[in-house]
Design a protein around this ligand. Structure first.
Ligand SMILES: CC(C)(COP(=O)(O)OP(=O)(O)OC[C@H]1O[C@@H](n2cnc3c(N)ncnc32)[C@H](O)[C@@H]1OP(=O)(O)O)[C@@H](O)C(=O)NCCC(=O)NCCS
Length: 160
């Protein structure tokens, strides 16, 4: 499995995965293409390159503005979930976002989405705040999580 940047030919594969994952954000093809065209847009695709043609297994989509990034969408094909692909996508995203100057990543997640929450907490995301009744169909609170990519710069280097 390799992780690479999205290209516009991937759109249908991403939509097919998204349809199989109701917990993913319901984006249009134009949302992916537009994000990929932004200077701070980054969509990573996990691909099984040993298949002919290679098969897209999952993706994660970010928008970075200066030192903060948002994870807007992430999904792994249900047939390939729980194989470490989501974690690999986020680890690679972290490496690339850090290199681009990001200091933290934010995301929103339904509080009932335990598999996603397990993944985020296992990687070091922390709970930032709760947005009451943020989601519709069904109505549900959103948890806003934050992933600090560096120690805060305003803390002393050694404990006082
Ligand atoms: C959330 C999602 C992207 C995780 O992708 P994945 O490739 O299955 O995750 P990984 O295999 O990398 O799992 C990493 C860790 O996350 C946690 N996790 C993942 N799926 C889990 C599940 N079904 N139940 C409990 N914990 C789970 C575990 O801690 C796991 O580590 P472990 O397997 O060593 O115990 C995937 O479940 C998915 O596509 N869900 C539908 C879309 C979605 O919910 N997107 C997030 C919206 S905010």
């Amino acid at each position: 499995m390799k992780i690479r940047q999205f290209s516009t030919e991937d759109v249908n594969s991403l939509l097919a995965i998204q349809v199989k994952c109701p917990a993913a954000a319901g984006w249009l093809d134009s949302d992916y293409v537009r994000l990929a065209g932004y200077p701070g847009g980054m969509i990573l695709v996990a691909e099984l390159e040993t298949m002919d043609p290679p098969k897209v297994l999952g993706f994660a989509a970010f928008h970075r503005v200066i030192d903060e990034a948002d994870l807007g969408n992430i999904a792994v094909d249900p047939a390939h979930q729980r194989q470490g692909i989501g974690r690999a996508l986020l680890r690679e995203a972290r490496r690339r976002l850090q290199a681009a100057g990001a200091k933290r990543v934010f995301l929103e997640v339904r509080e009932s989405n335990h598999s996603a929450l397990q993944l985020y907490y296992s990687l070091g995301f922390g709970l930032q705040t709760r947005r009451k009744e943020y989601y519709r169909d069904p109505v549900e609170d959103a948890l806003v999580l934050c992933w600090e990519l560096f120690p805060p710069a305003d803390l002393p280097a050694t404990p006082l």
